[in-house]
Design a protein around this ligand. Structure first.
Ligand SMILES: [Zn+2]
Length: 466
């Protein structure tokens, strides 16, 4: 049996792990897009380290683009099997892949319009039509039920508490006359005690485990008072200073968490008559998908929904759909604007930050990860100016950060999650999805926790299992 690391090996994004069984059956775990500008990976999104038509089945952990973003290309290039996931992952994947296809189609069109005649034509990686064909081969299974993808291969999806529908993947491989082998893929590991989603559900003990390491060298701050802190920031900005509070947030997950928190403050009569705008068409559509999947919700929100059936909607909240309505917010004060993208490097939030950042009565609240070189990353580290739409802007608005919203477990949370494995049974952990420092730190930590064998595979490397 062979395991080949075809993505997110030695890097954070582009998840793809390729398993070939002794009988020749081929399984691909995730097929993610690489997100970043490093030159050695620029070709990654346009190529595969295998022939798509040789893959028999694909099992998808969750709908983030760095895990599913290359699926339409895989199908367009000849993959002919089924894609297995949870129902919520299937629905969110449809939404996010269509969004990705539209962005690529628009970018190619723009590049070609402005290109010289002798320049090579820019082509999107895939189109909306390719996405439609991809969705036809999906088959979904609920959490916690073993299902069969081949007479010798059973699969189990368990809630990983990372985003709506996210799952760890466990494969039970039957070997005639020998004990079964269990191969696990944690995918992205979520966090305990977050709003909306359940805590990560432990995996069955495995013989081999592919494990993420995104925050292998980080500890998140504890935040028991985060709802009250959000309330204080809203009151200070919108009532005392009569300013605008802008919350750059990813459309899937982070936006719903913030809206749910404000909804609770409204229902508890702690906050009244403050207009709240969610200015992202993608967030609007994602929120509708959330409401269709209560099977992914934790007990608290299910209980909350007995008295408030829509935790993502209240009287003072408006989901903004059109660009025209988005522009109207520019002249408003004393309001909250939640808008994508979280790193302020794309989307409508760029306009909101552009208009608000030089005015001291406003606040920008950073609630998510933002890469160093993005405007969000620069605000997070305290830069005095940022550049947007070609203009250098003074940061006169107040910048606040709430680190507790992360969807990835830190190294302690990940280690707790791994406790379900039997250290005597677990022959090897392969660490993926992390930058070099996170991978090395987490490896040393796991060895100190007495996990027997921990490896950091290289991109394109193959490991023999068995
Ligand atoms: Zn993820």
């Amino acid at each position: 049996m062979q395991l080949k690391f075809c993505g997110a090996a030695g890097t954070v994004t582009g998840s793809s792990h390729f398993l070939t069984l002794d009988n020749g059956f081929k399984i691909l775990l995730d097929c993610g897009m690489y997100q970043g500008n490093e030159p050695e990976y620029l070709n990654f999104n346009r190529t595969f380290l295998f022939s798509p038509h040789e893959i028999d089945v694909l099992i998808l952990s969750h709908a983030h683009i760095d895990h599913c973003g290359k699926l339409p290309k895989l199908v367009a290039d000849g993959f002919n099997g089924r894609i297995y996931s949870t129902p919520a992952t299937r629905d969110l994947t449809a939404l996010l892949l269509l969004d990705s296809a539209h962005i690529q189609e628009r970018e190619s069109e723009f590049t070609n319009r402005n290109a010289d005649k002798d320049e090579e034509e820019s082509m999107p990686l895939y189109t909306a039509e390719d996405v439609a064909k991809t969705m036809e081969v999906f088959q979904s299974f609920a959490y916690n039920q073993w299902f069969n993808v081949h007479p010798d291969v059973d699969v189990l999806l368990k809630d990983s508490g990372h985003i709506l529908g996210s799952a760890s993947i466990t494969l039970r491989i039957k070997r005639h006359g020998l004990p079964d082998i269990f191969i696990g893929f944690t995918a992205d590991i979520g966090r305990p005690q977050r709003p909306i989603l359940r805590d990560p559900d432990p995996m069955p003990p495995c013989d081999y485990l592919i494990c993420e390491s995104t925050y292998g060298n980080r500890l998140h701050e504890a935040a028991p008072e985060e709802k009250q802190r959000l309330l204080r920031i809203i009151k200070q900005t919108c009532i005392e200073q009569k300013g605008k509070l802008i919350i750059p947030a990813f459309s899937v997950g982070r936006t719903q968490e913030v809206v749910y928190m404000i909804n609770q403050l409204v229902n508890e009569n702690q906050l009244q008559d403050i207009p709240v705008f969610v200015d992202s068409p993608l967030a609007f559509n994602a929120t509708r998908i959330f409401l269709l999947h209560p099977e992914c919700f934790d007990k608290d929100i299910l209980k909350y929904m007995i008295t408030d059936p829509d935790p993502f909607g209240f009287n003072d909240l408006k989901y903004v759909r059109t660009a025209e309505d988005s522009k109207k917010i520019n002249n408003m004060h004393g309001c909250v604007v939640i808008s994508a993208a979280g790193m302020i490097n794309a989307g409508r939030v760029k306009h909101h930050v552009f208009n608000a950042i030089e005015h001291p009565e406003n606040t920008i609240l950073i609630v998510g990860y933002a890469a160093e070189n993005t405007p969000g990353g620069k605000l997070r580290r305290g830069d005095k100016t940022i550049r947007l739409f070609g203009k250098e802007l003074y940061v006169n608005a107040r910048i606040e950060r709430m680190e507790s919203f992360s969807a990835h477990g830190d190294y302690k949370e990940m280690t707790t999650y791994l406790r379900s494995h039997d250290k005597n049974k677990l022959r090897k952990i392969f660490l993926v999805h992390g930058d070099r420092e996170a991978l090395n730190t987490f490896k040393n930590h796991l060895i100190s926790e007495e996990f027997m064998s921990v490896e950091i595979p290289k991109f394109g490397e193959t490991s023999e299992l068995g």
